[in-house]
Design a protein around this ligand. Structure first.
Ligand SMILES: [Ca+2]
Ligand SMILES: [Ca+2]
Length: 246
């Protein structure tokens, strides 16, 4: 009897996984498929084992990543240990370096990077990235999202503790259905000047302090194909009835 029950669960698991549902996704930190991912590592004919050369073209999927709020793109620099792509080579792991943030206590939540990646075909969207805040960089940053590409809403915020260290940051947007299956999905990571977080990280705030980003990843789970899912559910119900009759 016990074996039979396990058998049914196994069949259900296989069937549901086949139609794009993930059993057990509600428990813990299940991550979806990579929709778009930036490693910033140079690829193709220019894997040069030089981290200061890289690319803003995603290594996986499609999308754009750019500075906003007057922040300057200062090129590519040593990447994060979180980057496990084969393109890191022996020394080809780049990150995207930004500088030129606003003066102290101005331009709150306007300056940083903006990420655009269509989520068409996916739901339960997530964003993760490695962020290296140098000494004097804004201690606090805010993740934001947009469902229409123009209006942004605050999501998770974070405050750095160790200057010059990559830390993996993430937010889970599975409770934001507006980001599902959306060609206009966008995200921002912006410096936040607020309350006692006015200070820079580890020292006085300075706009020239560097912020490096790497391993920027937009994830999701495939939107189930309704017809296929319905057919699978019917087949599973019939299968369960047959097993019960034995
Ligand atoms: Ca990298
Ligand atoms: Ca390179």
């Amino acid at each position: 009897m016990r074996e039979r029950t396990v058998g049914i669960v196994g069949l259900l698991g296989a069937g549901l996984a086949g139609c794009g549902l993930i059993l057990g996704a509600a428990a813990g930190t299940a991550r979806g498929d990579v929709i778009t991912q930036w490693t910033f590592n140079s690829t193709g004919p220019v894997v040069d084992n030089d981290p200061t050369t890289g690319t803003l073209t995603p290594e996986t999927g499609a999308g754009t990543l750019a500075t906003i709020g007057g922040v300057s793109d200062s090129g590519f620099a040593q990447g994060a240990g979180d980057d496990t792509s084969p393109t890191i080579g022996s020394n080809n792991n780049s990150s995207f370096e930004t500088q030129g943030y606003p003066p102290f206590d101005s331009g709150n939540k306007t300056a940083g990077i903006e990420i655009a990646a269509s989520t068409v075909g996916y739901q339960d969207i997530g964003l993760s990235f490695a962020h290296n805040q140098f000494g004097g960089a804004s201690a606090s940053f805010r993740i934001q999202y947009s469902t229409n590409g123009t209006t942004f809403t605050d999501a998770a915020g974070y405050t750095g503790s160790s200057p010059g260290t990559f830390v993996l940051r993430s937010d889970d947007f599975s409770a934001i259905p507006g980001l599902d299956d959306n060609p206009n999905a966008r995200f921002r990571v912006v410096a936040e000047f607020q309350g006692f977080f006015y200070s820079g990280l580890g020292e006085s705030y300075k706009p020239s302090a560097r912020n490096r980003f790497d391993w920027v990843t937009v994830t999701g789970t495939p939107v189930p194909e309704p017809t296929a899912a319905g057919v699978t559910a019917l087949a599973l119900a019939a299968m369960a009835r047959r097993v019960r009759r034995r």
